[in-house]
Design a protein around this ligand. Structure first.
Ligand code: SAH
Length: 186
């Protein structure tokens, strides 16, 4: 995270708040996630796999591309899907100067995952729905870990799903507050 200058991913008017531990607006009612939550989710996704680069990671909800840039440092290939075209375009523009050849930005409905590069060793969602979409579970590799906010009692909690040879092991973690996961593209 030290390698990714967060102020470049927000409006210049908000740049002075970029290193506070808070989410900030990025337009279209969406937000750049809170840094401590980005760190926590990536930590949960990596699990006990140490410092080794994960082969393939899928991110749902590119937003402005901040977390995708962070993920580029811990995965050999990052696929990041965004359903709002203006944000997808903005992320493309913001990431271009960094020449992150291992990040692929996809415009589409992330609820369907991204089958062409599946299975993924890690899946991380920056938007929260009522349940984990079945496509994500199907596209998770055996030994892979998925982290997503899921609705729980009027709020949201972080859910971790680990896939092993026998199936899926689910655990619930702390309360979080993410923008809603929506289907379709705009
Ligand atoms: N990863 C971003 C967070 C962006 S906020 C960061 O680094 O800060 C979450 C994003 O998820 C929003 O841009 C929203 O449009 C997107 N989103 C919501 N539902 C989605 C879906 N089904 N597919 C893809 N993106 C989705």
């Amino acid at each position: 995270m030290q390698a990714v200058p967060r102020h470049l991913f927000v409006d210049t008017a908000l740049a002075n708040q970029a290193y506070e531990d808070t989410s900030l607006p990025i337009g279209l009612q969406q937000t750049i996630s809170k840094p401590s939550v980005v760190a926590r989710m990536i930590e949960l996704m990596r699990g006990g796999r140490g410092d080794a680069m994960l082969p393939r990671v899928l991110e749902i909800g590119t937003g402005c591309g901040y977390q995708a840039a962070v993920l580029a440092h811990i995965a050999r290939l990052v696929i990041s899907v965004e359903r709002l075209k203006p944000l997808h375009d903005k992320a493309r523009e913001l990431l271009a100067p960094w020449r992150m050849g291992n990040v692929r930005l996809v415009y589409g409905d992330g609820m369907l995952g991204h089958p062409p590069n599946a299975p993924y060793d890690g899946i991380i969602s920056a938007a929260g729905g009522d349940a984990i979409p079945p496509a994500w579970l199907e596209q998770l590799a055996v030994g892979g870990r998925l982290v997503a906010p899921v609705a729980r009692g009027g709020g949201q909690v972080l859910v971790l799903v680990e896939r092993n040879e026998r199936g899926f092991v689910r655990s619930e973690h702390e309360a979080v507050h993410f923008v809603p996961l929506k289907s379709g593209t705009t």
